[in-house]
Unconditional design. Sequence first.
Length: 342
Amino acid sequence: MNEPIETDVAIVGAGPAGLFAVFELGLLDLKAHLIDILDRPGGQCTELYPEKPIYDIPGLPTVTGQQLTDRLMEQIKPFSPQFHFGEMVTGLTKCADGRWKLTSDAGTEIVAPVVVVAAGGGSFMPKRPPVPGIEAYEGRSVFYAVRKMEDFRGKDILIAGGGDSALDWTLNLAPIAKSLTLVHHRDGFRAAQHSVNRMRELVDAGKVKFHVASVKALHGENGVLSSATLAGADKQEFQVAAAAFIPFFGLTMKLGPIADFGLKLTDNLIAVDTAKFESETPGVFAIGDICTYSGKVKLILSGFHEAALMAQAAFHICRPNDRLRFQYTTSSSNLHKKLGAS
């Protein structure tokens, strides 16, 4: 277990609202760490509609989800936020000194006086494949994300899926695996074409095995996997060696562990006030689609507004002995210096 990370604000979720919160907090010299279960920033924008045009962002007549995320990342670069991708927040506890401690399933602990939940409609949770008894292997031999590549070195790896994640990890893990088998229910992929081409090159070179098949059964003892049964398009079954199974069957939106944080929920949303966007739990805020209040409109621009007011309130918690001096980015030389503006 690593030492707890101390910061001003811990943000759960790296979608547009969470990213813009970094900007508003940074203007007030508040540092932030962000945790997101996805492996990259952007939340729903990059996961669900990276190429879909968005038409209601002020000043941008049209922008895709990925473009908006890229611009937000550029905007917050001066504030050097720290990201913890591929991690799910599993616990929120009060420290003896009044601060909060967030814990992730990867063992990360972040201690901060302010926690901001910006988790959209909830956490993206991996879909479990319909394989009998798979639960017994989860966490030891079955993994829904790759946290450390070295954990897979020298192992027989089975990857299932046909999207970018499946292809990317096939390419990344093949050089260090004892063997790597990729299975997909059809000989067509939703991944980037260059990744598909590279995978096929590895198959031709004998470095990766690819089967148009589905996983029917897992074999092993005490959560330790040894092999898997596959069934091809002709329904014929066969076994492959597998010490690790990594299925990429997509994601589903669920509230997840947030429901167990002890926060007041209304229809699985966090109730907040509209002056600070603080929940009924002092020091815990919610912005974006995860929060609810009278008149709430679920738009990205609403999340930006909520982030701005949240940051003002967070300052008073993080810097109780300092005076908040409101400044405009258009006229403040101090803010220009922070932003690296001429």
